[in-house]
Design a protein around this ligand. Structure first.
Ligand SMILES: NC(=O)c1ccc[n+]([C@@H]2O[C@H](COP(=O)([O-])OP(=O)(O)OC[C@H]3O[C@@H](n4cnc5c(N)ncnc54)[C@H](O)[C@@H]3O)[C@@H](O)[C@H]2O)c1
Length: 278
């Protein structure tokens, strides 16, 4: 494998929301050929959806060839099913590198299910489907520099990859970028609701809310200007934005709510670590 192409079979275990988002990102970017990808997905409708992308699909490991060896395996199943799912893959992942995107599940717990193999723990988010995701990853000591480079190359089809040395940073990132798209989508819902409350037709309110989030995000990325400066550029003294920010930035305002929300997500990630044998 070189930095951004795969030279052996790729095994995707679980093709639900996140597995499908990542698969779409790899295929659309041309980082992998569909016929080099094997997807194991028990749900028939999701398996058919994956099959329509040209990949080979399996209901379980039983239809993988007995000698099948994945160059790279990605586990995109729920944290609660990881412990039960991992052992069946042992013979298929021993020679390659395994990536887990399961929230909260530590590298050591994954090794307990798969054996002492090269493992990368990654936390992506759903914008990965269009190459706009954030991916944070760390690896165990079995993973070679070349294997980490291969994983980084593949996942760069899904967005920006950030390598961290500590698993604690993965749990923190889960609460920020992993879950973060849901916070932003809820913000869009709330902004659109506020527009309807002020008398705008619902479709216009939703269009304005979506465009505002897209435009503000793009401006923040394009300029690199600190968000606090960009905020001040919108805020005329004595104007409308200041009136709104007095509410949003008041006691128990958005900063406080956001912190509490992220702490709750982080706490859950840490709790899920205990679920590997549940
Ligand atoms: N959805 C997100 O935004 C997101 C972001 C980052 C990380 N994650 C992580 O990704 C993982 C999957 O999350 P999701 O939202 O895609 O869940 P999901 O339920 O949509 O997908 C999981 C899929 O795994 C399949 N599955 C269950 N047991 C299996 C097995 N033994 N072998 C193969 N497939 C099996 C299920 O049928 C399901 O389709 C979770 O561990 C989650 O923590 C999700």
């Amino acid at each position: 494998m070189d930095d951004n192409t795969m030279s052996g079979p790729l095994l995707l275990v679980g093709c639900g929301n996140m597995g499908r988002a990542m698969l779409r990102g790899w295929l659309d970017a041309g980082f992998i050929c569909a016929d080099a990808v094997h997807v194991v997905e028990p749900a028939v409708s999701l398996r058919e959806e994956a099959g329509a992308l040209g990949v080979r699909t399996h209901v379980s490991t039983e239809t993988l060839e007995p000698g099948f060896k994945a160059a790279l395996a990605i586990f995109a199943v729920k944290p609660q099913v990881m412990a039960a799912a991992l052992p069946a893959y042992r013979p298929h992942v021993a020679e390659g590198v395994t990536v887990s995107i399961a929230a909260g599940i530590p590298l050591a717990s994954i090794a307990a299910g798969l054996g002492e193999v090269a493992i990368v723990r990654a936390m992506p988010n759903t914008p990965a489907a269009i190459g706009k995701g954030s991916i944070v990853l760390c690896a165990n000591e079995r993973a070679s520099a070349a294997q980490i480079a291969s994983v980084t190359g593949l996942l760069s089809a899904n967005g920006t990859v950030h390598r961290v040395e500590s698993e604690a940073a993965i749990d923190a990132a889960t609460a920020i970028s992993g879950s973060g798209p849901a916070y932003v989508f809820h913000f869009i819902e709330c902004l659109a609701d506020a527009g309807v409350n002020l008398g705008l037709p619902a479709p216009l309110a939703l269009a304005l809310a979506r465009e505002t989030v897209e435009g503000a995000g793009a401006l923040a990325m394009a300029t690199g200007t600190p968000p606090s400066d960009l905020r001040r550029q919108v805020t005329s003294p004595g104007g409308t934005t200041e009136a709104a920010l007095t509410v949003l930035m008041g006691d128990e305002g958005l900063r406080d709510v956001m912190r509490k929300a992220a702490v709750a997500a982080h706490r859950r990630a840490v709790e899920l670590a205990g679920n590997i044998s549940a």
